[in-house]
Design a protein around this ligand. Structure first.
Ligand code: FES
Ligand SMILES: [Fe+2]
Length: 452
């Protein structure tokens, strides 16, 4: 078995290549990361009425998410307690019951077992109360629904912590917040789940190189990055953030809509909303509202704000993922603008999106190069911007000086290692006050006030 101390170094700047390949490690991740963290399920607006449901997944567990009579939301395991058949095969819909198509056991919209065919003659010994579909914790943050298997885990709000304050930039925004357009598109990619998760949490470095051709075609603020022609990094063009529990993002200032092809109406929308955002949330977050974000909410929920793609990387073994992609929109947007953004997001980061395709090949080879047993003995690194980061006067967490850096990689992998090593959430809570102690240059922003 793998030595977890060797897997990621102390400050998260170096990882063993085993992280993308090892089968035993994958099983430990399923148990200790996916079994204990909050995992994205769906948005409340996609299950608006009683009986509305979507089927989702938490790692490799199939889940039903359903709106209840009292308007609350429940989530339960989509596997019949008789012989294990999937009780709901639809991706979404409205139901009064979920009836297993093997022998006909019927479960209510709350997951309780309500009917067994031939119950008295064949199944009198079954206590129906004990045979409901196992319930999963489900909580909402600003309408975004997450599930958690661990009864000892903190609330979703605590799990997000300071990252919630940052998310409020667009989850509250000018007041009415955001929602998702579904149903999600779904595709398979042959890579380890952490390759796209780390890419979205903090990789602006690859944009000018991997996406050079697409940037040339699209134009806009980022076109200057194409082929790395510009002088990088840009200390005055953006930042990187990492907060407790491994969440993080990078922001490129004044470039929210830069990857949208048809962007005039979206630009107008942002300009109209900005003064209200500043009034609601202050200048610091108004600046973020006007920026383009690449982000991962630990472990596997990633999004690009501005490009407005919103994703989950569902693991399917160590070397494959299922990619689910929704479109993110502000509730204040009219139908026309929503459609434009949905089209733009499909063009860039949909299943066959120009930028999605660019990334896919890298994701696969970053994974599969490690099938070589000698290759796998090596390490990979995320040292960019080390010590050019620290507590910031205006923002929570640890803030890196440039959007091209690996501050949020280091935060992601530090917490990844912490989750793998911790026996339970109590051990994780014990480190709440010292989680950022490996980011050593505490006075970075004091000594570089102009960069802020
Ligand atoms: S497996 Fe579902 S009713 Fe038998
Ligand atoms: Fe990319």
């Amino acid at each position: 078995m793998i030595d977890l101390d060797e897997l990621v170094n102390n400050d998260g700047s170096e990882q063993s290549r085993e992280i993308f390949w090892n089968q035993d490690l994958y099983q430990l991740e399923i148990e200790r990361v996916f079994g204990r963290c909050w995992l994205f399920l769906t948005h409340e607006s996609l299950v608006p009425n009683y009986g509305d449901f979507v089927t989702s997944r938490m790692a490799e567990d199939e889940i039903i998410v359903c709106r209840q009579k009292d308007d609350s939301i429940r989530a339960f395991i989509n596997s019949c307690t008789h012989r294990g058949n999937q009780v709901c095969h639809a991706e979404s819909g409205n139901a009064r019951a979920f009836i297993c198509n093997y022998h006909g056991w019927a479960f209510g919209t709350d997951g309780a077992l309500v009917d067994i065919p031939l119950e008295q003659r064949c199944h009198a010994q079954v206590n129906k109360e004990d045979c409901g579909l196992p319930q999963v914790r489900v909580e909402s943050y600003r309408g975004f629904l997450y599930g958690c298997f661990d009864a000892d885990a903190p609330s979703l709000e605590e799990y997000l912590g300071e990252f919630g304050w940052l998310l409020d930039t667009w989850m509250i925004g000018a007041g009415n917040g955001a929602e998702l357009l579904g149903p999600p598109s779904k595709s398979i990619l042959d890579c380890n789940w952490k390759v796209p998760a780390e890419n979205f949490v903090g990789d602006a470095y690859h944009v000018g190189w991997t996406h050079a051709a697409a940037l040339e075609v699209m134009g806009g603020e980022l076109a200057g990055l194409a082929g790395n022609r510009a002088d990088m990094p840009f200390d005055d063009m953006g930042k990187q953030f990492t907060t407790r529990h491994g969440h993080g993002f990078g922001v490129i200032n004044n470039a929210a809509t830069s990857i949208q092809v048809d962007r005039a109406d979206y630009d107008k929308f942002i300009a109209e909303q900005l003064p209200k955002v500043a009034e609601n949330l202050g200048e610091a977050r108004a600046n973020l509202f006007n920026g383009h974000w690449n982000s991962t909410l630990f472990p596997n929920n990633s999004f690009l704000y501005g490009t407005n793609t919103f994703k989950v990387w569902h693991p399917r073994g160590p070397h494959q993922i299922e990619v689910w992609t929704w479109t993110l929109v502000h509730k204040d947007m009219d139908l026309d603008l929503r459609k434009k953004i949905q089209k733009g997001a499909a063009f860039s980061f949909g299943t066959a999106g120009t930028l999605e395709a660019d990334d896919g090949e890298n994701m696969m080879t970053c994974t599969y190069s490690n099938r070589g047993s000698v290759t796998r003995r090596g390490t990979i690194r995320s040292t960019m911007g080390l010590n050019h980061e620290g507590p910031h006067p205006d923002y929570p967490g640890i803030v890196g000086a440039s959007f091209i850096g690996e501050t949020s990689y280091r935060g992601f992998y530090r917490f990844y290692k912490e989750m793998l090593k911790a026996e339970n959430w109590y051990a994780i809570r014990d480190k709440d006050d010292s989680w950022d102690s490996t980011f050593e240059n505490r006075d970075f922003w004091k000594n570089h006030p102009t960069a802020s």
